[in-house]
Design a protein around this ligand. Structure first.
Ligand code: CMC
Length: 426
């Protein structure tokens, strides 16, 4: 007999039965797809706090324990023992690559990192000073004009080509968006550099500069910087059905082009409740300015009549330490002496963390530091401009979005995402 849940309408005494579907791990779900047909009512779940919007085999989160896995592998293992590209391969292929597969994947992404020359003219349509996230969203959507044939991939190799193309080009688009925002010439990808090093190179280099020659002792890209950024990309690679991923799946459900779906995901990510938090954290730390002022802002965060929130704190799913935040905190400590971590910002951040972890308000609400709380200080030390913090999140997350798009398309049992409402109007 299938396990079920019985619901009783206490107005009429009528009972309705719904099937329980077991998860391989984590909470089971009640299949309420026949709820309306059976009861004539909708369910109401503001912000989807109790709704599973799809079935998936990609990412698992146990928010109470603070556990995160991609395709069954712990985030700690991937961050400590594997590169970002290996993680991409895992998300796209359901297994870690062999040495040969890893080499071929890396080489293919290097070759696919270039943009069509026509696309580079698109950036001119936007004013200097445009936020790179806005430009990034527009430029990603415009990729659908160049690769319209990716609309409906049929074979595995077509799916892979479509996915690898967008993963490879995202750092280039992001770097171009930044350089346009400061009125600087674009730096083309360098095929001799790895995925992550290339991104730093396209951000930092001067035209015609030979970056590997350390003239001033300043502008060379150090291996430790590449390693740190690579870990940051891995930590952002996927995160289950968050707001931007749900947006990507929602767009996928209408049959639109995958790169337009990614562009919608980028737009959803930009908000400060989601990926935009990393830029907001550092701006907030700068606004607080000194350790002495931390108490004042903690008090504001706790005041129910003040809209002020501590950026980088709280998470819909994690009611424990965000495991990604733990890894970044470790990375921050490791980099403290090697890179020029801003000690004033770190001191303010440490004091906020200390107070929040021992304060009744935060404990009661299970508000812990999240990934964005720590990434800003590290990204600052990597000389990544604030406006590029959320684009860094985008670069890391693109593989997750496209993996979820592929899973959606391959699922033969999907429907257009079309919620209903509780109508309260005239
Ligand atoms: N500072 C102060 N109070 C907070 C905070 C915060 N950062 N976050 C939540 N609360 C309080 C909130 O006021 C509420 O209190 P009460 O029960 O008295 O009304 C309670 O905690 C629950 O908050 P909520 O808004 O109902 O929780 P949510 O699950 O809907 O929101 C969140 C999650 C991440 C949007 C929220 O915690 C937040 O706005 N955090 C700051 C922004 C941030 O750091 N976002 C990055 C998330 S991690 C990166 C990613 O995966 O996108």
């Amino acid at each position: 007999m299938k396990p079920t849940v019985t619901m009783r309408d206490n107005r009429t005494g009528k009972e309705y039965e719904f099937e329980i579907k077991e998860a391989t791990r984590g909470p089971s779900v009640v299949d309420i797809s026949s709820f309306y047909a059976q009861t004539g009512m909708f369910t109401f779940d503001n912000g989807y706090t109790s709704t599973a919007s799809c079935q998936s085999k990609i990412t698992f989160i146990d928010g109470a324990k603070g556990e995160l896995r991609y395709r069954g592998h712990t985030i700690e293992d991937l961050a400590n023992n594997h590169s970002y590209l290996e993680t991409c391969y895992l998300l796209l292929n359901e297994k870690l690559p062999t040495k040969e597969e890893s080499y071929a994947f890396d080489l293919e992404l290097r070759h696919r990192s270039f943009l069509h020359n026509e696309l580079t003219h698109l950036f001119d349509a936007f004013p200097t000073g445009a936020h790179p996230m806005a430009t990034l969203s527009a430029a990603s959507a415009s990729l659908s004009t160049f690769f319209y044939n990716h609309l409906n991939p049929q074979t595995d190799s077509e799916y892979q080509e479509m996915a690898r193309r967008i993963v490879a080009k995202m750092p280039t688009i992001a770097a171009f968006a930044y350089r346009h925002s400061i009125g600087a010439a674009f730096i083309q990808p360098d095929i001799n550099r790895s995925f992550t090093e290339n991104f730093l190179y396209m951000l930092r280099a001067y035209p015609h500069e030979r970056m590997h020659i350390d003239v001033e002792g300043e502008r060379t890209i150090r291996p430790i910087e590449v390693e740190a950024l690579d870990t940051i990309f891995t930590l952002h690679a996927d995160h289950e059905q968050n707001a931007s991923t749900s947006t990507v799946r929602g767009v996928a459900s209408t049959g639109a082009h995958p790169y337009v779906a990614i562009s919608a995901g980028i737009s959803a990510l930009w908000g400060r409740a989601h990926g935009g938090a990393n830029e907001s954290v550092i701006k907030q730390l700068e606004m607080i300015g000194s350790v002495e002022r931390v108490d004042e802002f903690i008090a504001r965060a706790k005041d129910p009549n003040d809209a002020f929130r501590l950026m980088g704190f709280g998470h819909r799913v994690y009611k424990n330490f965000d495991p990604r935040a733990k890894i970044l905190k470790g990375l921050q400590d490791k980099l403290k002496d090697e890179l020029n971590l801003d000690s004033n910002l770190m001191q303010i951040a440490n004091k906020i963390e200390q107070i929040a972890l021992s304060d009744e308000y935060f404990i009661k609400r299970k508000l812990y530091p999240n990934i964005d709380f720590y990434s800003g200080v590290i990204l600052t030390a990597l000389q990544i401009p604030k406006s590029m913090f959320t684009p860094v999140f985008v670069i890391g997350r693109t593989v997750g979005w496209i993996s979820q798009w592929i899973e959606f398309k391959k699922d033969t049992n999907t429907k257009i995402a079309r919620p209903r409402q509780l109508y309260l109007g005239e």
